[in-house]
Design a protein around this ligand. Structure first.
Ligand code: FES
Ligand code: MG
Length: 576
């Protein structure tokens, strides 16, 4: 920096030196053709890219990065793009969630260990959003988020077809004998016909909406379709803005305050967002030092109406949401109703309210007015009881209202393999009044807490035209899924939670209005059962071993215990 009174930027710890190490830091970079003046102390912006051909939802990110670079150069910065582990929801086994924390470590160490003063996070497919936010939060540099945007609406034989949601629906139609397998397979190319992330209000769109409502992106980020030119415009403007943020030293911790998280929880209710946001925001809050608890989701969000009529809770898709006004229109409705912390600061230096108070809505069937909501009191409910001492969640907007209060006989599956083996058996003793219970699918149990909580129904129930039953597990479910599904039961079965002790024939009472989940088995009997409980085998090496030994329960965000908090972004010691 020419202005000697200003503190030099962090990247000058690498490039601002006249010695042997300065030579090495600059000289090797010059092999890419960068002129000497780019190292003169201007803001260096790391573009954290989750592009991968194995993460199809992020397959267009190299183009987005190029538009970010335009903006960075225009504003006088020096952009440097770097890859981090990319988590593709549809390809990674046993579940992308097993690697969310691993990817966050990659992000954190890549930021801290490299010469950069500000960070642009390119996020899309479900887990790429929390992993990047979490890793960056533990460094706390000036940071701006850009989401990849949703795919165009799926179209099949004249009908809209939503990512994920359509798969769950059609596969049950096939199992009920109402759709041919050939028609089912033919739908593949029609559901996903452009670049981008799932175009339902699944986890990707939910998390993009969380990025926007937390104030971590420019307004409008969540809903612009991936292939819409305005997505590239947003990328360019974000590139310009991050350079200013570095100059102002506007750090992530100034954006991610308790107020911002409260706003996000309420917006999640307003959009009918994914249950996965609960775990990801809890983990993110703990990285940045904000006190957010599972109960806050219920306290802050459960009475908030759902305004957005999008699959899986409703009918429309993200392209419709974008055209109707997107997240800004939702924020305006909730803000006008007095629900939001209007002063919460966002990355453009303005408050959430300054950004959104004039936001228009162009279609009230897609984005309802607060006074005429799509669904009343629709935010995520947190339920507790002797079956979930540390809580479980349910998304009432995606459930069958009549099942929210239900008492039924448990039919227990000890693993997802056990479930698949027996669910199609016509002799399985089950009917629509039963409660399906799935064990050992939590963070430690699966491991990685797979999205298997929305268990398919038995064919003999489906044939009656019944499409929902009460289901309880320690798993997650896809943000595109629906049903009366109790998830994230804590402690999980594999950690010795009471869920592990449920047996076939036990009676279970679900009472969402009273936030209760009760196993009608005496304490004495539960103690007897616990004495003969055998914990499942643990992984013996590698990442899975480290993960299982250190992963926290869902009600704490399922982060690793030693990753909670941050270490800042001080310049590490010399490498040579
Ligand atoms: Fe990648 Fe849905 S599978 S966003
Ligand atoms: Mg998913």
């Amino acid at each position: 920096m020419s202005d000697k009174t200003k503190k030099p930027l962090r990247s000058q710890g690498w490039f601002g030196r006249e010695d042997r190490d300065g030579f090495m830091h600059r000289s090797w970079m010059k092999n890419q053709g960068y002129p000497h003046d780019l190292f003169d102390g201007r803001p260096i912006i790391g573009i954290c890219n989750t592009w991968s051909e194995l993460t199809p939802c992020n397959g267009h990110f190299r183009e987005i990065a190029e538009w970010v670079k335009r903006g960075v150069y225009e504003a006088g910065g020096f952009p440097l793009e770097f890859p981090v582990m990319s988590l593709g929801e549809t390809q990674l086994r046993p579940t992308a969630m097993l690697f969310r924390n691993l990817a966050s470590m990659d992000v954190e160490e890549s930021i801290r260990g490299n010469p950069m003063d500000g960070v642009v996070l390119l996020m899309g497919c479900d887990k790429t959003t929390p992993s990047l936010l979490m890793g960056a939060a533990s460094c706390d540099l000036p940071t701006i988020g850009i989401s990849g945007g949703p795919m165009l609406n799926g179209k099949y034989r004249g009908q809209d077809l939503g990512s994920g949601t359509g798969v769950w629906q059609m596969s049950e139609e096939v199992r009920a004998g109402r759709m041919s397998n050939a028609d089912f397979i033919a739908a593949e190319a029609h559901m996903h016909r452009s670049k981008g992330s799932c175009m339902t209000m699944g986890t990707a769109s939910t998390m993009a909406s969380m990025v926007e409502s937390l104030g971590m992106s420019l307004p409008g980020n969540a809903a612009i379709p991936a292939v819409d030119a305005r997505r590239l415009t947003l990328a360019q403007l974000s590139g310009r803005r991050i350079v200013e943020m570095v100059k102002q030293d506007l750090k992530m911790s100034q954006i991610l305050t308790r107020q911002a998280f409260e706003n996000a929880v309420k917006v999640n209710a307003g959009i009918g967002g994914s249950t996965n946001a609960v775990i990801h925001l809890l983990a993110l809050a703990r990285r940045i030092g904000v006190d957010l608890a599972l109960e806050d989701w219920d306290k802050l969000g459960s009475s908030v109406p759902c305004l957005v009529n999008l699959q899986p809770s409703g009918k429309y898709l993200m392209e419709d949401f974008f055209c109707a006004g997107g997240v800004p229109a939702v924020i305006r409705e909730l803000g006008d109703a007095g629900l939001l912390n209007n002063d919460a600061l966002t990355v453009n230096g303005k408050s959430l309210w300054e950004n959104n108070q004039e936001a228009p809505c162009y279609n009230r069937d897609v984005i309802h007015a607060f006074a005429d909501p799509f669904k009343d009191k629709a935010g995520i409910a947190v339920i507790t009881g002797n079956l979930a001492p540390d809580g479980a969640v349910i998304k009432p907007s995606a459930a069958t209202p009549s099942l929210l209060k239900h008492r039924g006989r448990a039919v227990v599956f000890s693993s997802i393999e056990d479930f698949h083996e027996r669910i199609n058996d016509e002799n399985l003793d089950i009917d629509e009044t039963c409660v399906m219970v799935l064990q050992n699918c939590g963070p430690k149990g699966y491991p990685g807490m797979a999205e298997v909580g929305n268990m398919p129904l038995p064919p003999k129930v489906l044939r009656k035209g019944i499409t929902d039953m009460v289901r309880i597990s320690d798993a997650r479910m896809s943000g595109t899924a629906y049903g009366t599904v109790v998830l994230h039961t804590s402690p999980e079965a594999a950690a010795g939670g009471p869920l592990a002790l449920v047996k076939d024939g036990d009676m279970i009472e679900l009472d969402v209005p009273n936030r209760r989940l009760h196993l009608e088995v005496s304490d004495e009997e539960l103690i007897r059962r616990r004495a003969s409980w055998v914990p499942p085998e643990k992984p013996q090496r590698g990442w899975a071993k480290l993960y299982v030994e250190h992963v926290l329960q869902a009600n704490q965000g399922a982060d690793l215990d030693f990753l909670v908090g941050g270490s800042g972004a001080g310049v590490p010691r010399d490498s040579h």
